[in-house]
Design a protein around this ligand. Structure first.
Ligand code: ARG
Length: 601
């Protein structure tokens, strides 16, 4: 039977399903996964690369095939008759080039316009993901690295959610540890009425942190009290817990402001949440013989690492690693996540590498070579540098105030916009509110976009690691692969649609897309690749793949628009639908990237 006209999953997935049927008919004796890629040459849209591998499996086994090319021919011939594929041909040693049917492509686009872009969601092999991102530390600086983690993590979450995967967005806040002793003592000292303090009353928590640290370093008696405070806090003494809560609350307030600005949803489950689970988790590991005594500490020795992973410090306290082991145990066993993803700067790579290995030694995770779930991944990224080559800061303050960073991006994009509109005499067409909203969308969007970019051109491991030099000028330029350029591209399409006298909403239902012109066909084919792009971005944890797609899509649209007249041409109804489809797909990309699209610029 012919497969349904519009199946679920990406186009690549659907072609793979058809190829799988053909493979079964061609070589019933061998069980292989279909290998389907986007075609690199000009003889097809997708290609099947199974023939060569199959040949090495069947040759010498009395097969009737004479060479890989003959297998390719048979694969092409055995593709089920259906409305997806127009034709298939074989090139070279046995590459099967598949040409999609234009009317199927057109139908798929129109279907999306009528039923919504969610019909283009890819199907991923996981149901539930834990995404551990942002994760700043209480009372310490929330630096630009945390901002990057927040932005990359949020976009990964959005991409998975779009693909119908349940995402547990976890803020693994650093809210536990010995620094709280000194913070609490300092709070008692400076604010005897600390219990009545409002969340803003301490003022700047980072300054507070520094001052308490100074006190700790300079005064032995204070240091002593601070160390006792840790013990009393961990022992659960009420006054100490209340003070700890107060300090966390103040920090949380500050973090929440950033999340609100960026429209990021996160659920806080900080280090303290996992603390009660640590003893039992270490007990299990210990009974498996994984934990050893070393120089007074308790450690796990891990192959390939010079130093062991410390899980209980010499003073008997738990640490970052023991907390992460307990959290992983919880995420696997209680939350039943299949994929646990951590987004931090690359400086922590060794930590993740080591505790992932420890979890494998304990049998919690399969060998990564098996490519099975559950699995863990660390998304590491490089530093953000200022023009001086040092860690990026705004103005002259010591750390980047995220609010300042976003504000500056917004005010810069506003003055650019004002200048341009004034020069073109268009300023009269804009309300103050429009100006404000647009510069916010463009400015904030540019910050988001810039944080994905440095990991583009995909070999994941190495590319995410490079440091990035932050520059407002570059970020807010309207040339090249920038968010501003993309915003312009989208707004231009919206203006074309506005210019037409036809009603797009009506056309979606009554009109027809034809892909007669070669540039229409190229654009149409690229549009329907959307699902596999999201699939790739999720699979490789690379939001930049989506940025790249968005950029290419706008370039393809420009080519189409240059060569195919839209408004006033006989093809206007069909071409207007292509414009609309491009705008819808672009908006969906923006949405996944956490960028607010603008319709007029
Ligand atoms: N709080 C840590 C930091 O600021 C990041 C935590 C990342 N998550 C984790 N489960 N270790 O560096």
């Amino acid at each position: 039977a012919a497969p349904a006209l519009q199946g679920a999953g990406s186009v690549k997935q659907q072609i793979s399903n058809l190829v799988a049927l053909s493979l079964r008919a061609t070589v019933p004796e061998v069980d292989v996964e279909p290998i389907v890629e986007v075609c690199t040459g000009k003889f097809g849209d997708y290609q099947c690369n199974n023939a060569m591998g199959l040949w090495s499996k069947v040759k010498g086994s009395g097969t009737s095939f004479k060479n890989p090319n003959a297998i390719g021919q048979a694969i092409a011939k055995n593709l089920p008759a259906c409305d997806v594929i127009e034709s298939a041909s074989v090139a070279g040693p046995g590459f099967v080039n598949i040409v999609l049917s234009k009317s199927w492509v057109a139908k798929r686009i129109q279907d999306m316009l009528v039923n919504g872009i969610t019909t283009w969601a890819p199907i991923l092999p996981v149901k539930r993901v834990v995404l551990d991102f942002s994760s700043p530390n209480i009372a310490k600086e929330m630096h630009v690295g945390h901002l990057r983690s927040t932005i990359i993590g949020d976009t990964l979450a959005r991409m998975f959610e779009f693909s119908n995967v349940e995402v547990l967005r976890r803020n693994h806040v650093g809210d536990w540890g010995t620094q709280f002793g000194m913070l609490i003592e300092f709070l008692f000292e400076k604010f005897p009425n600390w219990e009545e303090l409002g969340s803003q009353a301490i003022g700047d928590l980072q300054v507070f942190y520094k001052a308490s640290k100074q006190r700790f370093d300079e005064d032995a008696e204070f240091k002593d009290r601070a160390q006792q405070a840790v013990v009393r806090l961990q022992g659960g003494e009420e006054k100490y817990r209340a003070a700890w809560k107060k300090i966390c609350e103040i920090s949380r307030n500050e973090f929440d402001q950033v999340y609100k600005l960026l429209d990021v949803q996160l659920e806080e489950k900080g280090e303290s949440f996992y603390n009660p689970y640590i003893p039992q988790v270490l007990e299990k590991l210990s009974s498996q013989g994984l934990i050893e005594e070393s120089e007074g500490a308790r450690v796990i020795f891990i192959q390939g690492h010079q130093i062991p992973l410390i899980v209980v410090k010499r003073d008997g306290g738990f640490n970052y690693a023991s907390t992460d082991l307990a959290a992983l145990w919880y995420r696997l066993n209680v939350e039943k996540a299949e994929w646990i993803i951590y987004v931090t700067d690359v400086g922590q790579q060794q930590h993740f590498d080591m505790f992932f290995k420890a979890a494998r030694m304990a049998g919690w995770l399969p060998d990564p070579k098996e490519k099975k779930f559950p699995k863990t991944s660390h998304v590491g990224f490089g530093l953000v540098l200022g023009a001086d080559g040092k860690r990026f800061r705004t103005r002259s303050t010591e750390v980047v105030r995220l609010g300042d960073l976003l504000d500056e991006a917004k005010s810069r994009s506003k003055s650019e916009l004002l200048q341009r509109l004034t020069e073109n005499g268009k300023i009269v067409d804009w309300t103050d509110e429009e100006l404000e909203q647009t510069s916010k969308a463009v400015g904030y969007g540019a910050v988001n976009h810039v944080f994905y970019l440095q990991c583009r051109y995909a070999d994941l491991k190495n590319n995410r690691l490079t440091n990035y030099t932050f520059s407002f000028d570059q970020m807010l330029s309207d040339k090249g692969n920038t968010a501003v350029y993309l915003q312009y591209a989208h707004a231009r399409i919206c203006s074309i649609i506005r210019k037409s006298n036809m009603d797009v909403e009506e056309l979606k239902v009554s009109g027809n897309i034809s892909l007669a012109h070669p540039d229409e066909r190229v654009l149409g084919l690229y549009l329907i690749r959307y699902a596999e792009i999201v699939e790739e971005a999720c699979t490789n944890l690379l939001p930049s793949v989506l940025c790249e797609y968005l950029y290419n899509l706008s370039e393809m649209f420009t080519r189409f628009y240059t060569n195919c007249q839209v408004v006033g041409s006989p093809e206007e109804p069909s071409r207007l639908l292509l414009c609309e489809a491009t705008a819808v797909v672009m908006r969906q990309c923006f949405q996944l990237l956490g960028i607010t699209p603008v319709y007029k610029l």
